[in-house]
Design a protein around this ligand. Structure first.
Ligand code: PSU
Ligand code: MN
Length: 290
């Protein structure tokens, strides 16, 4: 049912990587580059990358480069609820953070990296759109490294939901939750941490006492502090075009990449790689402690 690559199966320290950002978060071709760069960063940190996706109905943990290149804009966006249908229908599906976590749980992988977590969309409850990432994170004993929550969302509301769900929100050398492109100005984290080893210790303790997922927010090294007006424009444009549900995030990201002259695309690519590297360090620390 799940094909785990030999390398991942034999690895000591593993980091799961998602494919939705590869297929739907960047222009065609570029997403695959981002995925491959993330894999390199995980390896540099001494861990093994396990990129997850559904290929012709088979859940794969540890896609090869050739396999990864098949995750283009025509791939389904697969959250936790979509996995079984994609399998039975022989589909090719790019897993979101939530979908990847569901597979990581089945495969016994405890660390994953992404760009920005999904969350509560702006304007809640109109529409009542809350990413399945949140619920799945709460129920999976895994740590997600991200540049916080995507700032096209209602980040404050998302932080409140994470508290309600009992998800620790750690800040990597920062007191507030990073805002994806921007570093500062988000809601307070539940604990600030200074090192990968400290994160590994906190995650281990959390799991020992029966806790579920944790979020680690890592601010981007080169933040963009002026994207907010463009995000407002992108969301207004999505609304005007009747874009809703799963299509909103890809639409808004593509709008920003285009209208910023590629600045958000570069920032997004860089922060995904930085998160992958840190996730690799944490996976390595977790293994050393086990
Ligand atoms: N991070 C990025 N780009 C992305 C995503 C994360 O830098 O495209 C994806 C993740 O797969 C996340 C999804 O799970 O966006 C959230 O989508 P939605 O808001 O529809 O739940
Ligand atoms: Mn949604």
């Amino acid at each position: 049912m799940i094909r785990i690559s030999d390398e991942v199966r034999e690895a000591a320290a593993v980091v799961a990587l998602e494919t939705t950002l590869v297929a739907h978060g960047f222009p065609p071709g570029e997403g695959v580059e981002v995925g491959l760069e993330s894999e390199r960063k995980v390896r540099e940190a001494g861990a093994v990358p396990a990129t997850v996706g559904v290929l012709d109905g088979e859940i794969v943990v540890g896609l090869t480069e050739d396999e990864l290149s098949r995750f283009g804009a025509d791939a389904r966006k697969v959250g936790p609820r979509d996995l079984a249908a994609a399998m039975e229908q022989g589909a090719t599906g790019a897993t979101t953070v939530g979908g990847t976590l569901a597979v990581a749980r089945a495969a016994g992988i405890a660390v994953m990296a992404t760009g920005g977590l999904g969350g509560v969309h702006r304007g809640f409850p109109e529409p009542p759109d809350v990413s399945a990432d949140l619920q799945q994170l709460a129920h999976t004993q895994a740590l997600v490294v991200s540049a916080g929550v995507k700032s096209l969302l209602d980040v404050d509301a998302t932080a409140e939901v994470l508290e309600t769900l009992g998800v620790p929100v750690l800040g990597y050398r920062i007191d507030t939750l990073p805002l994806f492109y921007a570093a500062e100005g988000g809601p307070p984290v539940s604990a600030r941490v200074e090192s990968a080893d400290e994160v590994a210790r906190i995650a281990s303790s959390h799991w020992e006492i029966g806790g579920g997922g944790l979020l680690l927010g890592r601010p981007p090294d080169e933040p963009l502090e002026d994207v907010d007006p463009l995000i407002d424009e992108a969301l207004a444009s999505a609304h005007a075009e009747g874009i809703f549900g799963q299509a909103v995030t890809p639409f808004v990201l593509a709008y920003l990449h285009r209208e910023s002259g590629g600045r958000t695309q570069k920032a997004n690519k860089d922060l995904v790689a930085q998160n992958a590297q840190l996730a690799g360090e944490i996976a390595t620390s977790l293994f050393a402690r086990s």
